[in-house]
Ligand binder design. Structure first.
Ligand code: HEM
Length: 135
């Protein structure tokens, strides 16, 4: 599998690989919480699953359905911001809960937001400048 790139790369597949990895981590944490009857880390579990699994998988499917999105460098910007922060944000929540250190959660949330903006701008670009259909 090629590395993520614009111009025909496999951003869709890489989003899905990372999403499935987060699904394993997030559900593993859920199983651990259930076994231990300790639910202190529910917000970590929820955000690994919702940012990591659900959001990244949705992004992957959207890039698959709309390959025109991958023509723009905004797709790479989006991937570069969303992929690491899907992990860093839950890690930040963990540090906020256990160490009362919210700095990573705050920084990661802003980076995630930046990625979401790049995604929106790319969608609007695709609508404003559609690629002409080839015969
Ligand atoms: C093996 C699979 C999973 C297990 C064992 C599991 C386990 C748990 C447990 C024990 C809780 C805490 C419930 C409580 O506080 O009483 C929880 C909460 C939560 N889980 Fe999961 N979970 C799993 C998969 C998922 C997935 C796939 C998602 C999302 C796509 C998810 C999203 C959430 C959310 C949002 C909460 C918080 C609910 C709330 O606070 O009301 N979980 N999970």
């Amino acid at each position: 599998m090629r590395a993520p790139s614009n111009g025909g790369g496999r951003i869709d597949a890489w989003f899905l690989v990372l999403a499935a990895t987060c699904l394993i981590g997030g559900t593993g944490l859920g199983i651990g919480m259930g076994i231990a009857h300790d639910f202190e880390l529910v917000p970590v579990h929820a955000h690994v699953n919702l940012l990591g699994w659900a959001s990244l998988a949705l992004f992957g499917l959207v890039y698959r359905v709309y390959p025109d999105l991958v023509r723009s460098r905004l797709a790479l910007v989006h991937f570069g911001l969303a992929a690491p922060t899907a992990v860093l944000f839950p890690l930040g929540i963990y540090l906020a809960i256990t160490q009362e250190q919210p700095a990573l959660a705050i920084a990661a949330s802003l980076l995630w937001f930046g990625g979401a903006l790049a995604f929106l701008v790319n969608l609007l670009r695709m609508l404003a400048f559609p690629v002409p259909a080839t015969a």
